[in-house]
Design a protein around this ligand. Structure first.
Ligand SMILES: *Cc1c(COP(=O)(O)O)cnc(C)c1O
Length: 397
């Protein structure tokens, strides 16, 4: 007998992808010690540009405040300080989205909230995710004992699957711009998902971690779509936007209009957070607020432009080679088709062994990712250019 554990943890697959990549790189390095310095990593899923100076300035100033009795801050509001939530409110106005301060919740990042949000829903419900997919959506649902359905993304739909009204789901995960494919929904695409969710009485969990990469008239927020406040929760993060992957801050929007089984999801989330969370540190929230200052915005834009230059280098190379890809334009990710019908791990090995370049095999993000490969724009200009020269040499035809 003994303790009954959550047996669903045994159903979660080992996180095989990045462990396997590391293992293959290690083996290559042992055999190729003379070439080890030439390795270029184009699979990095983390930002590399340092924090903007304006953000560092705010971190230091807030740290100093904490060391003085008159300006010391103890426990803060679980939902986040008003000064930061008000900045976020103003930011959404740029997309003509009106949010109440009470609908905005500050967190230590999008990943925690994406997992924690499942506290609001019954166990055993059905989650619809895309394939390929950001693995967090799948694993968190398995841990809850939920059922998972897949909407296939592929060349046939430009890696932007559309809803199928014959499929019944309770939760719908959308990530746009997408990780891993870089594909981004337009308004019509998101509107179709909003209509589907409302017809099903389902909730959309919209992951906007890459909204800062969006250009032109494409939507940054799902709330730009009429009716979305009745069916969607939005998750956002300072990680990719401002280099906060190691500093940790994000925010989740739970609109007041989200009412299911007579319950306000916003009130439930507030109850959940005030019970299980004690807020993000004052210092980090001050740093996050600096992201919205004029100088902060300017520096952030420079970093995003830096990554976008890399994405352009990658796209130009693939264009010249005639290789199909998605992403790159509104995203730091370029999702390329493996050449000559290769499977994604064979292409991984070929790139590593022949030109010492590392990327991420698409098969690691789901069955539909087989035959595709993810390159990221998070390296330096120099290394990205060099890696693309090598790709041209490898595939030059
Ligand atoms: C990086 C990333 C996040 C952000 O996670 P944080 O916990 O805020 O660092 C969320 N969703 C996706 C798809 C991501 O790639």
């Amino acid at each position: 007998m003994g303790m009954k554990v959550n047996h669903h943890y045994q159903e979660v697959k080992e996180s095989y992808l990045f462990a396997e990549i590391s293992k293959r790189i290690r083996e290559w390095q042992e055999k190729n010690q003379d070439k080890a310095a030439q390795l270029i990593r184009m699979g990095i899923g983390d930002v590399t540009r340092p924090l903007p100076k304006e953000v560092v300035k705010a971190l230091k100033a807030a740290s100093d405040e904490m060391g003085v009795a008159e300006s010391f801050h103890g426990y803060g509001p679980e939902q986040g300080y008003d000064f930061l939530r008000e900045e976020i409110q103003s930011y959404y106005k740029k997309f003509s989205v009106q949010l109440e301060k009470e609908e905005i919740f500050i967190s230590d990042g999008a990943k925690s909230d994406l997992g924690n949000i499942l506290d609001l829903f019954d166990r055993g419900i059905t989650a619809l995710v895309t394939d390929p997919v950001y693995p967090v959506y799948v694993d968190t649902n398995i841990m809850q004992g939920n059922k998972i359905l897949y909407a296939r993304a592929g060349e046939e739909n430009g890696f932007l699957p559309m809803p199928d009204s014959s499929v019944k789901a309770d939760l719908i995960y959308l990530c746009s711009p997408n990780n891993p494919t870089g594909a981004v929904y337009d308004r019509a695409g998101l509107a179709a998902w909003v209509d589907y969710a409302r017809a099903q009485d389902a909730v959309i969990l919209f992951d906007a971690a890459y909204e800062c990469f969006v250009e032109g008239d494409l939507p940054h927020s799902i709330y730009e779509i009429p009716g979305a406040k009745e069916c969607a929760i939005e998750f956002c993060s300072f990680s990719k936007k401002a280099g906060f992957t190691g500093t940790r801050c994000g925010y989740t929007v739970v609109p007041d209009k989200l009412v299911f089984s007579g319950q306000s999801l916003r009130k439930m989330w507030l109850r959940r957070q005030t019970t299980k969370f004690n807020g993000v540190s004052y210092i980090v929230q001050k740093a996050a607020a600096a992201v919205f200052t004029e100088q902060g915005e300017k520096e952030i834009l420079e970093n995003i432009q830096y990554y976008k230059e890399n994405a352009k280098t990658i796209m130009a190379t693939l264009d010249s080679l005639g290789i199909y890809y998605t992403g790159g334009k509104n995203s730091p990710y370029v999702w390329m088709k493996c050449p000559d019908g290769m499977d994604s791990w064979s292409f991984f090995d070929k790139l590593l062994n022949e030109v010492y370049v590392v990327g991420t095999p698409g098969a690691g993000f789901g069955e539909a990712g087989e035959g595709f490969f993810r390159l990221t724009a998070f390296s330096t200009h120099e290394k990205t250019k060099e890696a693309m020269e090598r790709l041209k040499t490898l595939l030059g035809r």
